[in-house]
Design a protein around this ligand. Structure first.
Ligand code: ADP
Ligand code: ZN
Ligand code: ZN
Length: 685
């Protein structure tokens, strides 16, 4: 591997043991790695520095864990040590052996009591029962394709429950996209299995909290780990079952350091460690959808995954009726079309809740001078500074650069500077004024609230604001995609997307897929309580305002027809040789100038061809291009796309190319290069 370091130790230490070792002048955490991968041929008599200490009392990290880390490092082109350390709780890095020993003496919850079911489970529906039966009898992996409210969570709970009961040492890993946005899932697992059996693992926890969960998982005391993408690396010696909820969610892809996909690693880990893997979604990623295609005469093998379908919603009314408004027929610059405003007014007057989605925070994306055409550009980025009215600031959402809103145009002095376009702040303001005369059934004024990254910055703010909506203290909720996720609001009967068109013209080929998933998920917030809907005598609605209402995304949304949407998108992907019909990697370069960034990429590409690297015959290297947002914080960014019909060929090539990239980086011709990185299976291109 060439990345392993050797140390002397007076007794043999099993692989997976955690140790403290000297590194230069520092002492750092290390993991004893497998001897067969140790650097061979140390010269006779080499003086090795001794291991400084062993973290006693901790079972070594097992072979499946070490293999997972080694695979992730290799596949995502990172150093083994970097991935191994990132996979361990950060708090562990700072503890000396004696501190660790004290930490271990603190009581952890007992490992038995944990397995029993606390809350009685419900009787499964036919669809749920048949999904569970297939999961029990087939090897998987499984894709559970179920509408919002079809009872997917109940299937997860039941499968985990059966597995835990059958095997007293078995453990389950449940991955969720963002724990804050789906608090109810954690509650449901804790209610079903008892709080001590379930441990959370996510970045919102403090270092000591995370270490505590990690130790509980590693020792087997925790039967269920419920966490975000980082939890895919948890040490789980008894792992038998992995759930990836909302498997299509982009947050499963780590976008820094080792850019891994937790969903893809979950599939790999499940296969290696003999754990069943269950992916769930109402709008699966096209990769998973394609991988679960049923066999046909032309394609007798079908996909690698088993697809389970649960089309019916439980306890909820029908999916919302989708209403499209052609914005080209509406007054120019209208935020809310006339019919949408009328519909919202009518609903809140009846005491129902509405949700209005606009995926852009701030008041307006740019401030503009009518006299000289000045725009509020960020001085450090190729992007506008966003106008925030609440604190009268102009803020760059890329580098954070913030200034006060000028009174006059900084260029020509004109007082005629105005916001252009709109964000959630403005939408909230306009709704407040448009609905100011409307009264609720109890003759009180309509209450409007906004939830986005700006309103939820303070700790606990997010939970508190969602609790307000749940309690019924809000009639109209305005927000970004944050409000579209897993929340189970009971009285929402209308959901509106006011400006979804941007994604249709994005250069990113996955933008329509993300938009469709977002709109389906948002629509799924409406009419969740059939009893309430019946009492109101109403039907729920999803409104879409668009300049191209006939677009395939909206046509298929209208009929809630994910399979039709997927089929249409997959045809386009096949024609364009895009994933899942090809495999991609990106090489990014950051430099002081765009020339240097692109120069480095071109040189690395030329060097690959000159050396005729293995795999190259099946890999296409495209020319370097600037990123869509080319400059951020005064750093110029460029990227180069690699495409191959074969994953193995791409991997083979990348492995061989690594040293070429490293050598190219040290060529003085590329002075000014700040960094380069490889993103395998990139999510955004
Ligand atoms: P999903 O995860 O697919 O959105 P959930 O599992 O949250 O769906 O189920 C939706 C609602 O239906 C929840 O309120 C849940 O408690 C209820 N539910 C699920 N399964 C059953 C069942 N078998 N019988 C009765 N209610 C159920
Ligand atoms: Zn001006
Ligand atoms: Zn900036």
């Amino acid at each position: 591997m060439g990345e392993l370091l050797s140390y002397a130790c007076e007794r043999p230490l099993p692989a997976g043991t955690l140790v403290r070792v000297p590194l230069g002048a520092r002492e750092v955490l290390g993991v004893v790695w497998d001897a067969d991968e140790a650097p061979g041929g140390l010269p006779e008599g080499t003086a090795l520095r001794p291991v400084a200490g062993v973290l006693e009392g901790l079972a070594p990290l097992d072979l499946p864990w070490r293999r997972l880390v080694a695979f992730a490092a290799r596949y995502y082109q990172r150093a083994l040590g970097e991935v191994a350390l990132a996979a361990l709780p950060a708090h562990l890095r700072g503890l000396r052996p004696e501190q660790f020993a004290r930490r271990l003496r603190r009581p952890t919850p007992p490992a038995d009591a944990a397995a029993h079911t606390v809350q009685q489970s419900v009787a499964l529906t036919t669809e749920q029962a048949s999904a569970c039966a297939r999961i029990a009898s087939e090897p998987g992996p499984f894709l559970l394709f179920g509408s919002t409210g079809s009872g997917k969570t109940e299937v997860y709970l039941r499968c985990v429950q059966e597995m835990l009961q059958a095997d007293p040492t078995a453990q389950a890993l449940v991955l969720v996209p963002e724990i804050n946005l789906t608090p109810q899932l954690e509650e449901r697992f804790a209610a079903r299995f008892g709080a001590s059996a379930v441990v959370p693992l996510h970045s919102g926890m403090t270092g000591p909290q995370r270490l505590r969960s990690w130790l509980a998982a590693h020792s087997g005391a925790a039967r269920i780990v419920l966490g975000t993408r980082m939890a895919v690396f948890a040490s789980l010696p008894g792992l038998k079952f992995i759930v990836v909820d909302e498997e299509h969610d982009p947050s499963y892809k780590q976008q820094e350091g080792a850019r891994y996909s937790a969903r893809d690693l979950a599939i790999w880990r499940g296969r290696e460690q003999g754990a069943k893997v269950l992916l769930g979604s109402a709008t699966p990623s096209l990769e998973s959808w394609h991988a679960s295609r049923p066999p046909t005469p032309e394609d007798p093998g079908g996909g690698r995954y088993a697809r389970l379908h649960m089309p019916s919603r439980i306890g909820a009314g029908a999916l919302p009726r989708v209403r499209r408004v052609d914005m080209s027929q509406q007054p120019r610059h209208a935020v809310l079309s006339v019919p949408l405003l009328a519909a919202i007014t009518e609903r809140v007057a009846r005491g129902e809740q509405c949700m209005v989605l606009l995926n852009r925070r701030g008041y307006a994306p740019v401030l503009h001078c009518a006299d000289c055409d000045w725009k509020s550009d960020c001085p450090h980025c190729s992007a506008h500074q966003v106008f925030h009215k609440t604190d009268r600031s102009l803020r760059c959402h890329h580098c954070g650069h913030t200034v006060r809103v000028p009174r006059h145009c900084p260029r020509c002095g004109s007082p005629d500077i105005r916001p252009m376009g709109r964000g959630t702040e403005q939408l909230e303001e306009q709704l407040c004024s448009l609905l100011s005369e409307v009264l609720r059934p109890d003759r009180t004024p309509v209450r409007i609230a906004r939830i986005d990254a700006d309103t939820t910055r303070a700790k606990g703010a997010l939970e508190q604001q969602f609790a307000q909506v749940h309690s019924g203290a809000v009639d109209v909720l305005v927000g970004t995609q944050m409000i579209a996720k897993g929340h189970d609001f009971r009285r929402i009967t209308l959901v509106a997307a006011v400006q979804p068109d941007g994604a249709l013209f994005s250069s990113d080929f996955r933008a329509p897929e993300r938009l469709f998933a977002l709109l389906m998920q948002a629509g799924g917030r409406a009419g969740r309580d059939a009893v309430y809907m019946a009492a109101q005598g109403t039907q729920c609605e999803m409104w879409v305002q668009s300049f191209c209402p006939r677009h395939a995304v909206f046509e298929t949304l209208r009929t809630h027809d994910y399979p039709a949407f997927a089929a249409q998108q997959l045809r386009e992907r096949a024609q364009a040789a895009m994933p899942p019909f090809s495999h991609l990697a990106l090489v990014r370069a950051d430099a002081r100038t765009q020339e240097v960034a692109q120069g480095f990429l071109s040189a690395a590409s030329a060097a690959a061809h000159a050396a005729a690297l293995p795999g190259l015959e099946r890999v296409t290297l495209f020319p370097p291009v600037p990123l869509a947002i080319q400059r951020v914080a005064n750093v110029e960014r460029a990227q180069m796309l690699l495409e191959s019909p074969r994953r193995a060929a791409l991997q083979h090539f990348l492995l061989a190319w690594k040293s070429v990239l490293q050598a190219t980086r040290h060529d003085p011709a590329h002075k000014g290069l700040i960094r380069w990185l490889v993103d395998v299976d990139p999510l955004e291109i």
